[in-house]
Structures are given as structure tokens and as C-alpha cells.
Design a protein around this ligand. Sequence first.
Ligand SMILES: [Zn+2]
Length: 129
Amino acid sequence: MKLTSLGPEGARNMLREKQRRNRLASKELRVQFPQFATVRVDLVFNDAAAQPPAPQSIVLHPPARAYFVYPCPYVSCSGELDLAANVDDIAEHGKTRTAGRAKCNGERHGRQGKGPCDLQIDYSIAVGK
Ligand SMILES: [Zn+2]
């Protein structure tokens, strides 16, 4: 099935459903990363053209699923930010935090129709031991 035939809402729902299934399929934090007591993810958004969405903070505890994919905060956007590799990197190198900047890879409906989202996302990940 093509995403484009569903319309933005249908595509968004399908993405949500996929994320829900993937989250359930992920191992628990205490299994995947037993060395972490908590994982805190902070997301700050910057949009050159508009008032950006509110920042988000997510804290995972050991029973939570070790799932690090976050949907773009724009409702009409199909993008998602995958920080799984960054968390793996922290674990591999025994670091306590990392930070970086990414751009949303999705498309969304704006004033000029559908176009690349390009929402700028500053992320930071900190682990408690
Ligand atoms: Zn987006």
C-alpha cells in the first residue's frame, strides 16, 4: 500500500501504528541496557519559518521499552527521529551523555502545499547509572 494514497491522516495513523508495534517489540531497558538506571532524552525544536513546537523531555526507567524513535511533533508530518544508534554509542563507549542536531526527514503540508519538513531538532541524551 502506498502512503500517498492514504492522505496525511491515514499515513500518520499508519506510522503511529508501526511505532506502537516496534515499541512493543523492543526489549525492556533493563534487558537491553542493564547498566543504565535511567535514560533521559531532551528534544528542542527550531523552525525557521514558524513558531516551533514545544520542547519535549522523555525519561525512561528500567521497565520501559528501549525504543528511541520519536515522531515529528508536526501533526501533518511523516518524519521521525531515530536516536537508537546514539544510545548504542553511549553504551558502547561508556559515556554518560551525548548531544547533536538533526533535521526532520519527513514531509508535511504547509502553506505552499506538501514539502520537506526540515524542522531542526537539537537532541541530548543523558544516562543515569
Ligand atoms: Zn517533520
